[in-house]
Design a protein. Structure first.
Length: 424
């Protein structure tokens, strides 16, 4: 296959292929675009040169846009966001004004909208669900708090969501056809995914464990080792170059970050896991405000999510987790399901076991929250021959969707009240 054909296939994978996919994309792009445009033009919260971090929900917008964030967690994000920043400055004539914020927001909007198309494609083409069910699950996910926030937020999580979802769809296509994932794809995915958040690079290699007879044929296993070695070598060499070959700095900074963001909090561990790690990436909770300053004398208000304060959000989160676990049990022998859940286990280990960033884990949803709609899709697949169960699940998702949409739209009105008070 020549390069031109590979590039064409990549475009077909990334962008909408059918008229219905294009329609879905335009709906998401327009809806998120309206939201992002209002926030960018009327308020300064997306980017304010005086506010380096934490203006809303602990996102580090300015730090990420200007520097890519710390190299110990985001090895190549400085290059990625340099391109985005320079592209954005072309439209704002070099000024960091409302046009600068607007283009940043629309770049995020594009990434999230394309991520949703990847989810639809996975549901429709990999799980082979009917259009009606695939559309419902995709729109259901579109109302999660994570895609809503990331649709206007210039952050690593925004683009990680896109790259991870794209890779999962691509890997599923390969595994379904019993084809191996080529070294070139592993190298690109390792740099793109791991370059924005280093721990996510592990997820690039998980699908390799389920390639056909890879542990029964020594040649296939040797080929797997070679592909992984090439991918890791490319990543490490670029990372070493990024660090001027002072690799010990990575371990020192990583240790500092682990200690800083893994300290016990007053909130009970179980509530942080339910309200923030699981629930906060789907539902907005009530908000709390804190006073911050930029260490140079500028003071500002920051908004964060509180733990859930009523029973309904806990019930909603519990139902979703039951559906995901139910799907896992019903599809346990399915290698594509195992890929998703092992990938999810990486994040559970980092945030729930090691407790890294657990107190603000509602910002990490771009790394894993797409697992939920995909696993719900696999649950529908498990009952594809039972019209009764399909109908029950369909009604359950509609009820959950109604509550999700009402809650998150209402909470966004509170977010706008915050913007009106402090970020005009």
């Amino acid at each position: 296959m020549d390069f031109k054909q590979k590039f064409t296939d990549l475009l077909r994978t990334v962008f909408p292929q059918t008229k219905f996919e294009l329609l879905l994309f335009l709906i998401f792009f327009s809806a998120y675009g309206i939201l992002g445009t209002i926030i960018a033009i009327d308020y300064r919260i997306i980017f304010d040169n005086r506010i380096p971090w934490d203006a809303y929900f602990s996102f580090d917008n300015r730090a990420i846009v200007m520097t890519g964030g710390g190299f110990e967690r985001h090895p190549f994000a400085n290059y990625f966001f340099t391109w985005i920043r320079e592209f954005t400055l072309l439209f704002s004539n070099g000024e960091k004004n409302e046009i600068f914020r607007l283009v940043l927001a629309w770049c995020s909007n594009l990434a999230v909208s394309l991520s949703l198309i990847q989810i639809y494609k996975y549901l429709k083409n990999i799980i082979t669900l009917p259009k009606k069910i695939s559309s419902l699950i995709t729109i259901f996910f579109a109302f999660f708090s994570t895609p809503i926030l990331l649709s206007f937020t210039p952050e690593t999580y925004t683009y990680t969501l896109f790259f991870l979802m794209l890779f999962n769809y691509y890997a599923a296509l390969k595994l379904r056809k019993n084809e191996k994932i080529p070294a070139s794809a592993l190298i690109f995915s390792g740099i793109a995914v791991g370059g924005l958040t280093v721990t996510n690079i592990v997820k690039v290699y998980i699908p390799l464990l389920f390639e056909e007879k890879v542990f029964r044929n020594w040649r296939k296993f040797g080929n797997l080792v070679l592909r992984v070695a090439l991918s890791v070598a490319a990543f490490v060499l670029l990372f070493m170059y990024r660090l001027n070959f002072q690799f010990l700095n990575f371990f020192e900074k990583s240790t500092e970050q682990l200690e800083k963001f893994s300290k016990p909090k007053v909130t009970p561990l179980w509530d942080m896991i339910i309200s923030w790690f699981f629930g906060g990436n789907m539902l907005f909770s009530s908000f709390i405000l804190r006073d911050y300053h930029n260490k140079k004398g500028f003071e500002y208000k920051a908004i964060f999510m509180d733990v859930f304060t009523t029973a309904l959000p806990y019930i909603f989160t519990g139902i979703i987790l039951v559906l995901v676990l139910w799907s896992y049990v019903k599809n346990f022998k399915n290698k594509l399901v195992q890929v998703l859940m092992l990938s999810f286990l990486v994040d559970i280990s980092i945030h729930c076991i090691l407790k890294f960033g657990l107190h603000t884990s509602y910002i990490y949803g771009g790394h894993f929250i797409f697992i939920f709609p995909l696993m719900i899709g696999w649950l529908f697949y498990a009952y594809r021959n039972s019209a009764k169960m399909i109908s029950i699940l369909f009604v359950v998702i509609w009820i959950l969707f109604a509550y999700l949409a009402f809650n998150n739209v209402y909470r966004m009105t509170e977010f706008f009240q915050f913007l009106n008070l402090y970020y005009r």
